[in-house]
Design a protein around this ligand. Sequence first.
Ligand code: M6R
Length: 364
Amino acid sequence: EKAGYKHFMAKEIAEQPVVIADALKHYTGGGVNPALHLPEGVDFSGVDRITMVACGTASFACHVAKYWFEQIAGLPAEIDIASEFRYREPPLSDKSWAIFVSQSGETADTLAALRYAKERVAKVVSVVNVPTSSIARESDLSLPILAGVEVGVASTKAFTCQLTVLALLAIKAGLDRGRLDAEAARELLGALRNLPGLMNHALALSAPIAAIAEELAEAQDVLFLGRGAMYPLALEGALKLKEISYIHAEGYASGELKHGPIALIDARVPVIVLAPRDGLFDKTVSNMQEVMARHGKVLLISDAAGVAEAGAGTWRTLTLPEVPAAFAPILYAVPAQLLAYHTAIAKGTDVDQPRNLAKSVTVE
Ligand code: M6R
């Protein structure tokens, strides 16, 4: 039930701090010193690469995780959309793992991709929300994301719980491959454990986000920009907005702006810039200034330092708490979800049952 919320989506957005804390407790123990409690078969020694396959929002979780596996564990990671993967017949290494990510565990293309990979890789791993699902059952090893039932067609808490479990896998890979020592791993786990508290601050921005959404609802087209692991979050923010508000939205890596999409910019196009004050901030800000020079309406989502440094001249800003750079996409997912939610409310669309969409896509 909706527990007093107007929509399942609102309830599921609000639940994120609790379900992520629960998942972390399950996988890192309840004590002061976090330690990884993953199933025995999760051992990345000898694994030469991973291929992650999924659809929609789950595929964007894989995109984010690619940065983690590469940066934290030095493990080459490929990502594929399930519907492309299965027909491309990609060659796979028998020392590699294939990781399938799915909320429902029943997505037809993802399941077919899993069956293709099964005989060709060392291990088929799934990251699912429904532990009794076909994808969970047909995997060699399945990790539940423990998000609880997700009813809203627009995936929210499943996305951030998928990210949480994928982050834990990346940390385990870092340890197994000798890229991380125990102390560095503990620090990363500690940073993950701080996320639920930070997410509560992000949820508290609901009212200012609703005010921004009133104006966003007038737009025909919206662009989302990000760099590094914030780039896939830009893709996710755009998907969320188009799914439930029916506004055309695209996500781009900020650096791609001048390779085409900048031609779209004028005073009617809101551009949402996801930019924590990290090592890539200056580059993103210079892209943002190119947008502003063409009268684009910039919404800068950053932390206090980022807003103080680059907020001048923007249309609007939103200030999130500071977060360790690696895990910023988990925190920044919250304002992206709330923007889509409140824009849909402003437009009066059916938030939980958007037109033409199904919660689980069991036909290809
Ligand atoms: O159940 P799955 O995670 O396999 O579903 C994949 C996509 O169909 C799903 O994420 C879809 O893109 C959502 N409607 C996104 O909000």
